[in-house]
Design a protein around this ligand. Structure first.
Ligand code: UD1
Ligand code: CA
Length: 456
């Protein structure tokens, strides 16, 4: 049986009160639509169509070639949204899953089980349902005396009795593809919202005596639809717990699971310890025995074995083994740090590489710098990398010693084993093993201090 998928993502997301398109709102640093795509991927659909609204170029940019796109010019309802995929899908034989782009917590296991259940029962439509203690806002599942699903009624259209029903429509369905597109033509907009409702397809097919099923999901949390920022916060909390739990089960210590935020694409090896206030996102890998936090932010980076990252920020960089960073260091993109390096407090690194055993212990800026092994960069040193027009490179070869408060005006090279006297402003290359002193000479005027402080 061939499988197809339609993701509905054209709604305005009015209730989010945001400039940002609803399905692009991030959960743990990742746009919510990516969770839907990832969960659908293992079900191997032949065609995947995402319905987007006018001006939603950002959605197609985000999703890229993972899906085809159709624009729904006017948002006339979920049934009207699915009809937009007609040219691509209506001639196909097989099963089509319809998923809302705003239900990012549904797992791959649930999608696959829904497909299987639908296929095994040979139903024309199968609705994914769940029971909520507070079903406010959701479509209710109406069953007949035999317990079969007969229709779905939207909250705004429901009568008092229907409002007491706890079983809700999650907004995810499997359909026989041909039956779906035929039934869609019969949906009208005669309801409280004047919209073409996709759930009406259920009632249409039922009246045609087709087999309708419901797949009741026991994990209610999965089916939260993100209509406003309250739901977004809930989804973030659920996803956070889900991800943190899987790391705990894999042998990572997280001392405070509520206050640790780890994105879905982060890999963490065994015996890593993560302290509270840490935010780890993007394609980050943390190797074994590393200690992260408290309060560290790491994005798209690799942290080597047994490295310690305290109260620091690291973006798009690589950190070797047994490196000690922080507190309060800022490692900006394209930085590559070797093994056994120390980066102390108030150090900023940008687009620089640092060899093994190098130490940059305090209050230093190194940008566009290529630094060898076992270099000691003293407190307050600065690579003067920007001349107002261009960024220039500073090279510091292995075993060099940069005295405190030195300015290295790039482009400049400090050769192997050279020694820069504290307070120097260096604008010429320094040869191997040499001492460079570039500062005003000190003069002592004996007795002068008492002369100027003496009262006349
Ligand atoms: C919908 C269901 C409801 C279900 C709930 C589950 C309908 C009529 N109701 O309600 O039964 O309980 O989801 O979360 O389907 N969309 C479009 N084009 C449109 C309208 C909507 O693409 O013209 C998209 C939205 O972007 C969204 C999805 O369809 O991703 C659902 O729309 P939304 O307005 O959020 O529907 P709900 O009121 O949540
Ligand atoms: Ca919704």
């Amino acid at each position: 049986m061939k499988r197809f998928a339609v993701i509905l993502a054209a709604g305005q997301g009015t209730r989010m009160k945001s400039k940002l398109y609803k399905v692009l709102h991030p959960i743990l640093g990742r746009p919510m639509i990516q969770y839907v795509l990832e969960a659908l991927a293992p079900s191997n659909v032949e065609k995947l169509v995402t319905i987007v609204g006018h001006g939603a170029e950002k959605v197609s940019e985000e999703v890229g070639n993972k899906s085809e796109f159709v624009i729904q010019e006017e948002q006339l309802g979920t049934a009207h949204a699915v009809i937009q995929a007609k040219d691509i899908l209506s001639e196909e034989n097989g099963t089509t899953i319809v998923v809302c782009g705003d239900t990012p917590l549904i797992t791959k296991e649930t999608f696959e089980s829904l497909f299987k259940y639908h296929e095994q029962t040979a139903s024309k439509a199968t609705v994914l349902t769940t029971a909520f203690d507070d079903p406010t806002g959701y479509g209710r599942v109406i069953r007949n005396h035999d317990g079969d699903v007969s229709r779905i009624v939207e909250h705004k259209d429901a009568n008092e009795e229907e409002l007491t029903i706890n079983e809700i429509n999650t907004g995810t369905y499997c359909f026989d593809n041909k039956a779906l597109f035929e039934a869609l033509e019969k949906v009208d907009n005669d309801n409280a919202q004047g919209e073409y409702y996709l759930p009406d397809v259920i009632e249409i097919l039922k009246k045609e005596n087709e087999k309708i099923s419901a797949y009741l999901m026991t994990d209610q949390e999965e089916s939260i639809g993100i209509n406003d920022r309250v739901a977004l916060a809930e989804a973030e909390a659920i996803m956070k717990r889900r991800i943190n739990k899987s790391h705990l089960q894999n042998g990572v210590t997280i001392t405070d699971i509520e206050n640790t935020y780890i994105g879905p694409n982060v890999e963490i090896e065994q015996d890593v310890i993560i302290y509270p206030g840490s935010i780890i996102n993007g394609n980050t890998t943390i190797k074994s025995d590393a200690i992260i936090g408290p309060n560290s932010e790491i994005n798209n980076s690799v942290i080597g074995e047994a490295s310690i990252i305290k109260q620091s920020v690291i973006f798009d960089s690589k950190v070797g083994k047994q490196v000690n960073i922080g507190p309060f260091a800022h490692i900006r993109p394209e930085t590559n740090i070797g093994n056994d390096v120390k980066i102390g407090n108030f150090v900023e690194l940008k687009k620089s590489s640092l060899g093994n055993d190098t130490k940059v212990s305090h209050l230093t800026y190194l940008g566009d710098a290529d630094i060898g092994e076992n270099v000691n960069v003293g407190c307050g040193s600065i690579t003067v990398n920007y001349d107002g027009v261009n960024k220039n490179t500073t090279t510091i070869e292995s075993n060099a010693f940069i005295g405190c408060n030195s300015n290295l005006i790039a482009p400049v090279t400090i050769k192997e084993g050279a020694y820069i006297a504290a307070g120097s402003t260096i604008n010429k290359d320094v040869p191997k093993e040499s001492l460079a002193i570039a500062r005003a000479r000190q003069e002592n005027k004996e007795g002068y201090a008492s002369k100027i402080t003496k009262k006349n």
